[in-house]
Ligand binder design. Structure first.
Ligand SMILES: [Zn+2]
Length: 192
């Protein structure tokens, strides 16, 4: 099975990914945890509530079928930040599910700061057996459910630029905010 869990930042994706890894591990199942561009900046899955796990960093030319083969018997793979993988790697996840008996749990954003879908997320929507929207206590400043990620430079929301820029690091002037659809479309950060 290939499953995709999506939602905006801070909706608890990484926390659920770690919880799932823990639950499977307790049942004696063998798994791998993969990530890309985790907020820690290293090969780790970290969650805002303080859980973390060592993880394999997914670089663009990493073949995920090969990776699983090299790690011997693998029952399941947890893929955090799957929105940043390549489309080819999403195909490889489907291969793992179909031809290698691996359960794949992919987590990620659906759309970027312009509210347009990441190519990898789009492929997951097309291929996954199960798709779930996560909505865990992430609200826009107005109190509506947070659905979309806004990129903020200084005190302004921007709509142009590279699709992937990691924010909230020391060097970055960019940060992200979760907004409801209405305020994302209006570009209203509720700060003025
Ligand atoms: Zn709002």
């Amino acid at each position: 099975m290939l499953r995709f869990y999506f939602g905006p930042m801070d909706c608890g994706k990484s926390t659920l990914a770690l919880q799932m890894n823990y639950n499977h591990g307790r049942q004696g199942r063998r798994g791998l945890v993969l990530t890309k561009h985790d907020r820690s900046g290293g090969p780790k899955v970290t969650s805002r509530i303080g859980l973390d796990s060592e993880a394999i960093e997914v670089v663009d030319d990493l073949d995920l079928v090969d990776l699983v083969r090299r790690h011997g018997p693998v029952d399941y793979v947890i893929c955090d930040e799957a929105c940043f993988y390549t489309v080819e790697q999403i195909e490889q996840l489907a291969d793992l599910a179909d031809h290698h008996g691996v359960d794949v749990y992919a987590f990620g954003l659906a759309s970027d700061f312009r509210s347009q879908m990441f190519p990898a997320a789009q492929r997951l929507f097309e291929l996954a057996d199960e798709i779930s929207r996560l909505q865990v206590e992430v609200l826009c400043w107005c109190g509506r459910p947070g659905l979309l990620n806004a990129r903020v430079v200084g005190d302004r929301m921007v709509r142009t630029g590279e699709q992937v820029v990691i924010g909230d690091t020391d060097a970055a002037l960019i940060r992200y905010r979760v907004l409801c659809r209405r305020h994302h479309r209006a570009g209203d950060l509720g700060e003025g």
